[in-house]
Design a binder for this molecule. Structure first.
Ligand code: NAP
Length: 277
């Protein structure tokens, strides 16, 4: 019998996950289908019960349900529970189990590019949901020196206070981070500043960026933000948000099927869908 997978969110029409996951199922010759479901917050509890009742084998969760879904699951993996957000659910032995492949996907994407991440001095820009997953994941993998800067300083302070792992972290204002940018080996941009349609936005000036640094911007629309363009001009190595997006999808597929999908193929579909070259 065909297995049914999906993604739930509000809104959901924009999601590129169905294109990627359906292609991966076809490519692996699996009799599965992946469908977008528009679920509003007031229907979340009923939706999860209904999905279980009709035998949905697994699903992704996008905005605004990544935290709200946790009480409706049977189990949550340790890292996802610590972060407090789930983006992938798998049906195993009668239970819905939650994972955070955004976090794991980001770590895989970054560690593919940088060796000795644990020895680097890292700056995370932003303190929203994505920053939380990234900050917790870096520390859970042994990174120690990770500062956070955010427009609203209190949110950066709260994130550091919330994180249970060993750390040497400071919360900085955007201005403070801008001034001492040259101190960091790796800079991870997680705010929505620069995301389409606000193509000219940047969280702050990167005039102090050092030449050999690595800048990762998790935005994938556009594929090259103003921040990445300027960082490249200053001699930094850069990474856009496509790798994180690919790996979070690939890890979800792997959790559901036990098969590692072709990530180059996934990346090409995403790039085409997003209008890149
Ligand atoms: P979020 O929870 O709403 O957090 C937004 C963050 O951006 C906050 O820190 C906010 O600061 C900051 N911010 C917004 N506008 C700003 C501006 N003009 N200047 C400076 N800071 C600004 O959002 P999120 O879920 O973390 O997502 C953030 C970005 O990550 C989005 O662009 C999203 O598309 C991207 N993302 C990518 C992937 C991927 O797979 N590549 C996965 C998840 C998210 P305040 O706290 O001061 O409001």
């Amino acid at each position: 019998m065909k297995k049914i997978y999906g993604v739930i969110g509000d809104p959901i029409a924009h999601s590129i996950s169905p294109a990627i996951q359906n292609d991966a199922f076809t490519h692996q010759e699996l009799d599965c289908i992946y469908h977008p479901f528009h679920i509003t917050p007031e229907n979340l509890s009923d939706a999860v019960k209904g999905m279980k009742a009709i035998g949905i084998a697994g699903f992704n969760i996008t905005i605004p349900h990544k935290t709200a879904i946790i009480p409706y699951l049977d189990e949550v993996d340790e890292l996802a529970a610590t972060i407090g957000a789930v983006n992938t659910v798998s049906y195993q032995d009668g239970k819905y189990i939650g994972y955070n492949t955004d976090a794991m996907g980001f770590y895989k994407a970054l560690s593919d590019q940088i060796s000795n991440l644990t020895e680097k001095k890292i700056l995370v820009i932003g303190a929203g949901g994505a920053a939380r997953a990234i900050y917790f994941t870096l520390l859970s993998h042994g990174a120690i020196s990770v500062d956070i800067t955010n427009r609203t300083l209190e949110k950066a302070e709260a994130l550091i206070a919330d994180c249970p792992f060993e750390k040497q972290s400071a919360a900085l204002t955007l201005l403070q981070a801008e001034e001492k940018l040259a101190d960091y080996d790796v800079i991870i941009q997680t705010t929505s500043a620069g995301m389409s349609p606000h193509l000219d936005a940047m969280p702050f000036s990167i005039r102090n960026l050092s030449e050999g640094s690595f800048v990762s911007d998790i935005i994938y629309n556009p594929l090259e933000t103003k921040l990445l363009k300027e960082a490249k001009q200053k001699g930094a190595d850069v990474q856009n948000g496509l790798d994180m997006l690919v790996y979070q999808a690939a890890l979800a597929f792997q959790i559901w099927t036990g098969i590692t999908p072709d990530t180059t193929r996934m990346k090409n579909i995403m790039r085409t869908t997003l209008g890149g070259k």
